[in-house]
Design a protein around this ligand. Structure first.
Ligand code: BGC
Ligand code: ZN
Length: 371
């Protein structure tokens, strides 16, 4: 079957012929890929900055944001059947007995660094026709989410980010838990940096979680991303028009900064104006270090101390975060179906993947339509 792969040794990106997998173990599930989203990580892998093929292969099949339909299940599979829609998780655990997180199903906190990631690190990804994977890594998706479920993986990143915020803010005498014991952002303000897919989905998740939510992003209004964001009631503020100090003046105490831009200076410039007891969550992965970056480190450190602030990074997502993503995506579709659909700006056949991966990113979320 055809697959889209990178060959880092030969510096090649394109279609390869890849063996069609078969079920070999009873807990395995075979599925045909329906859609795969393209993200910044894929583009970075295509620049050969990141990503590594599985052992024994020169190429790595790309793609980690998948949606598939089950075609066959092994005899020990109990939660999935033929015809079910599934979204596969990305990370697979390391094999060390000493890695408590991996042994407990939390490979997103792997302590050895020997985890693998489908389509990214030492495991083939989803930009192909047929996949075999193990039941525990496949999340069943309701049929009603068929046309937007490819957004689940990027949403799972925001869900893990929120989980981390609840945990971190439990350090405060009153936490953030004010909604009958359930974590809630009620009465708190969140600023989302960036209006890409992770930013927009993050804005939806924070709004649903009760935060007064703002998106702070570069481009001036009007622009399509701002339109989507404002269509679900989140004000969009352009960084070209409003500097971080003015932002803080406008929105009041910033309790949470959720970073989804992947560039350091812009992020630290906002960290500088974060409020009392605030928490900043980084999700973006900057490229290689650029020389001569300057930001106000002294002020940030002073604030972190005088304002009890925390900055944390978050990567990947747990099984539970995927389940929260399903729950939230259903909720978003009830509240703002047009906005959710508008995040997927363009769909293309698999054969166009190379141009999409190597060309300039247009649109918001580009998706490959496979099956
Ligand atoms: C993926 C994560 C992955 C991370 C680092 C992101 O694009 O969404 O699942 O852990 O890249 O490889
Ligand atoms: Zn991604």
């Amino acid at each position: 079957m055809n697959a889209i792969a990178v060959n880092p040794g030969r510096k090649e990106v394109g279609v390869v012929s890849h063996p069609t997998p078969e079920l070999t173990r009873d807990i395995e599930v075979k599925f045909r890929m329906l859609e795969v989203g393209i993200c910044g990580t894929d583009r970075e892998i295509c620049r050969f900055d990141y990503g590594s093929p599985p052992s024994g292969f020169e190429h790595l099949v790309l793609g980690h944001e998948g949606l598939g339909e089950v075609t066959e299940v092994g005899s020990d599979v109990s939660t999935l059947k033929k015809g079910d829609l599934i979204v596969p998780m990305v990370r697979r655990p390391c094999t060390s007995e000493d890695c408590t997180p991996c042994r407990a199903g939390r490979s997103d906190f792997c302590t050895t660094g020997n985890f693998t990631e489908r389509g990214i690190k030492e495991q083939h990804g989803f930009m192909t026709e047929t996949i075999v994977d193990e039941e525990p890594f496949l999340c069943k998706v309701p049929e009603s989410l068929r046309d937007v479920a490819v957004l689940m993986e990027p949403l799972s990143v925001a869900e893990k980010g929120l989980e981390q915020i609840w945990k971190v803010q439990n350090r405060l005498p009153w936490g953030l838990e004010s909604n009958g014991g359930l974590p809630s952002g009620k009465g708190k303000t969140a600023v989302i940096l960036g209006a890409g897919p992770i930013g927009i989905l993050g804005a939806m998740a924070f709004k649903v979680a009760g935060f007064k939510t703002y998106v702070y992003s570069r481009s001036l209004k009007p622009n399509p991303k701002a339109e989507i964001v404002e269509s679900f009631g989140v004000p969009y503020i352009s960084a070209l028009e409003t500097n971080p100090e003015q932002l803080a003046e406008q929105v009041g105490n910033i309790d949470v900064v959720y970073e989804a831009i992947g560039t350091a200076v812009n992020s630290f410039d906002v960290l500088k104006v974060m409020g009392l007891n605030g928490v900043c969550v980084f999700t973006g992965i900057p490229g290689y270090p650029k020389p001569h970056l300057t930001f106000d480190a002294e002020l940030i450190m002073r604030n972190m101390v005088l304002k009890n602030q925390v900055a944390i990074g978050t990567v990947n997502a747990s099984r539970q975060a995927f389940d929260w993503a399903i729950r939230d995506l259903e909720q978003f579709m009830k509240l703002w179906p047009d906005a959710v659909r508008a995040i997927i700006t363009d769909r293309h056949p698999l054969k166009d993947a190379r141009n999409l991966l190597l060309g300039k990113a247009t649109g918001i979320k580009s998706v490959l339509e496979i099956g």
